[in-house]
Ligand binder design. Structure first.
Ligand SMILES: Nc1ncnc2c1ncn2[C@@H]1O[C@H](COP(=O)(O)OP(=O)(O)OP(=O)(O)O)[C@@H](O)[C@H]1O
Length: 315
């Protein structure tokens, strides 16, 4: 059993229209998901843009209102609860975002940025506080030199590491990491991910890791949830999902991971195209090279013969 449990979570955003700004419909951003987070483990949420990943993270931390369902923290229902900044839940659940530049206050020095969450939970002398901040910078591989600089004086990867140091200031049990490396170059991504791994080993922190990148997920996660239109279409141990995906959507995501092995590249390309065609057949839609979309159910016989011949080529 996990220390954080999500039960049948739904977040529906109202769509407003017209002069009176009346609610005419809802976007079912998250539509009934359940899972639990255990200590020291990483759960990955993967899926295309708009599938509801960020909304889950924001609903857990209280940035979005939950429409129905529950979030339990150590058995206590914390759904939609107004909390003091100093509450135990706020201390233990932190979030980092893709764009570290906008989540770090550009007018503040690193010392003050990391000190901010500390002020809510600790009473330290100036000397003690500085010592704590130097320790926090150290866990993300940064030196004391960073203390009196501003966010714009750092690279993207360094800024993300400062964000991680700040999240770690309250000694949280869970960090929700929303696309933390998507905006970074590949080599910098690897560096940031390795720091996150090391921090997990050392402090037993859990991650809810949100990404659209299955390559990154393979490196980071224990369990994986594949999201499609607000729901989990597949959920389980990452090895099971990577070796034996059940859902057409997961197969498609997996086949899209770039292959750097030149020997198998051609074979993988064919496999990828076959998976793509199967997915499209199941969707009853077909996209040709010119970007035209056909509904397979309404195709003429000539079209069907042409498509059949095209799919044989890649089988
Ligand atoms: N504040 C909002 N008001 C209305 N609709 C919203 C709001 N925030 C998100 N949505 C919609 O909810 C759905 C899920 O969005 P969400 O940001 O959770 O997806 P995501 O999987 O995290 O996508 P991305 O990878 O692009 O961040 C989308 O259709 C989005 O347009």
């Amino acid at each position: 059993m996990g220390f954080l449990e999500i039960k049948d979570l739904k977040v529906h955003y109202p769509i407003r229209n017209g002069f009176l700004n009346r609610v005419t419909d809802h976007v079912q951003a998250v539509d009934g998901v359940s899972f639990a987070i255990e200590e020291g483990k990483t759960i990955g949420l993967v899926g295309e843009s708009g599938s509801g990943k960020s909304t889950i993270g924001k609903a857990i931390i209280g940035l979005e209102k939950v429409t129905s369902g529950n979030v339990y923290y150590n058995g206590e229902d914390v759904t939609n609860k107004a909390r003091k900044r100093t509450s135990d839940y706020n201390r233990n659940v932190q979030m980092i975002f893709q764009d570290a530049m906008s989540s770090l206050n550009s007018k503040k020095r690193v010392l003050d940025i990391i000190a901010e969450p500390l002020h809510n939970f600790e009473r330290n002398s100036v000397r003690e506080e500085k010592k704590r901040i130097v320790e926090l910078l150290d866990i993300v591989g940064m030196s004391e030199d960073a203390l009196y600089k501003y966010p714009h004086e750092f690279s993207g990867g360094q800024r993300q590491r400062i964000g991680i140091a700040r999240a770690m200031a309250t000694k949280p049990k869970l960090i929700i990491a929303d696309e933390p490396v998507s905006a970074l170059d590949l080599s910098v991504q690897a560096q940031v991910l390795n720091y996150m791994k090391r921090i997990q080993d050392q402090y037993n922190v859990s991650y809810l890791f949100i990404s659209h990148d299955l390559g990154v997920m393979k490196h980071m996660c224990d369990e994986l949830a594949v999201m499609y239109r607000g729901r989990f279409v597949e959920y389980g141990h990452k090895n099971d999902i990577y070796t034996n995906p059940q859902h057409g959507y997961t197969k498609r995501l997996l086949s899209a991971i770039p292959n750097i092995d030149p020997v198998n590249r051609e074979a993988n390309k064919k496999k990828r195209m076959a998976v793509e065609r199967e997915y499209q057949r199941n969707q009853a839609l077909y996209y040709d090279e010119n970007g035209h979309v056909y509904d397979l159910k309404n195709l003429t016989v000539t079209h069907k013969v042409a498509l059949k011949a095209a799919s044989k080529e890649v089988e």
